[in-house]
Write a protein that binds this ligand. Structure first.
Ligand code: BDR
Ligand code: CA
Length: 309
């Protein structure tokens, strides 16, 4: 099975990425690191512990990461995820404790202790991953790949062309791309195909376990804020597509192409310029996910929730 570290900012959809990884035999979840994004680091770190507690995930170290982007100021996505980044359900007190190491140290230890390269699944701003490749350039070759939810081949969700994770820390994307690590982008163009329809919500609620009930409450809250702020009553479950692609490559079609991130644009800062038609004649530096097998994706999510506590 594929060894991974999830670097995340939970966040409703991040929680489902953690659950999908923990429940799937194809994935060996070695660690979870938190980053500031949807909420301040106190919240996203706490919420990672909550996600594990609810689902009965034990023995996976959880470490706290960067409290702010490399250059930009943090703007938590309270309008979508609520003031604690995990609005909706009542959050239980975590029964697992935080690892004493920081995120970069945990990543280093997991990567150096592993006898095979580890995949980093990043579902928030790329700050921790950028800090890791800056501080440990010698270990870039020991990362199998970075699969990141963020960016877009088209329009954005926080400005006309910038997606939230990209917009939060654009410099980190440039650092990670420049490192030469094998990089896959799962952007809004595909994540907006993973719509949490009313039918999906009721199928998950009907599972009836603690995890399913908590998950259904997360999805109700998330869809209500997406309805209010993005005009999408069936919100998109962005983050777990990354994990789903590692479980079953048939979940998404992909293309090798060029990504450059806009750092200067007066209206487009944080836009991921995906050069699908090769206008720039630059070498490809990434794999970009294009189309989702929607039924396969939701099948994996449902199966995962069913297996948890
Ligand atoms: C991304 O931003 C966050 O709100 C979600 O968790 C997801 O990672 C979508 O733009
Ligand atoms: Ca996220």
């Amino acid at each position: 099975s594929t060894p991974i570290i999830i670097d995340c900012d939970p966040g409703h959809d991040d929680v489902f990425a953690i659950w999908l990884a923990a429940a799937s035999p194809e994935i060996d979840l070695r660690g979870i690191t938190s980053v500031a994004g949807n909420g301040r680091i106190e919240h996203t770190t706490h919420n990672a512990l909550v996600a594990c507690t609810v689902a009965g995930i034990e023995g996976v170290p959880v470490a706290r990461g960067a409290e702010r982007p490399l250059v930009a100021e943090l703007t938590p996505a309270e309008w979508i995820h609520g003031a604690n980044a995990l609005g909706g359900p009542e959050l239980p007190e975590p029964t697992i404790s935080l690892d004493e190491r920081d995120a970069i140290t945990l990543m280093r230890d997991l990567i150096t202790e592993s006898d095979e390269p580890i995949t980093i699944v990043a579902t928030g701003p790329l700050t921790n991953v950028a800090l890791f490749v800056q501080q440990h350039p010698d270990l870039v070759g020991s990362i199998a790949q970075v699969v990141w939810m963020g960016g877009s081949t088209g329009r954005g969700n926080v400005s006309a062309y910038a997606e939230f994770n990209a917009w939060t820390d654009p410099e980190s994307i440039a650092v990670v791309l420049d490192s030469g690590v094998d990089f896959t982008m799962v952007g809004l163009n595909i994540s907006h195909q993973a719509l949490i329809t009313r039918e999906v919500r009721s199928r998950i609620a009907a599972i009836g376990t603690r995890t399913a009930t908590f998950g259904a409450e997360l999805l109700e809250f998330f869809c209500s804020t997406y309805d209010a702020f993005e005009n999408m009553p069936d919100g998109p479950l962005h983050d777990p597509i990354t994990v789903a692609m590692l479980i079953d490559s048939a979940v998404a079609t992909t293309v090798r192409t060029r990504i450059d991130v806009e750092l200067e644009g007066s209206e487009t800062r944080g836009a991921t310029c995906v050069d699908l038609l090769d206008f720039l004649k630059r070498p490809a530096n990434a794999t970009v996910a294009l189309d989702l097998d929607v039924d396969r994706f939701w099948g994996l999510i449902e199966d995962a929730v069913r297996k948890l506590a």
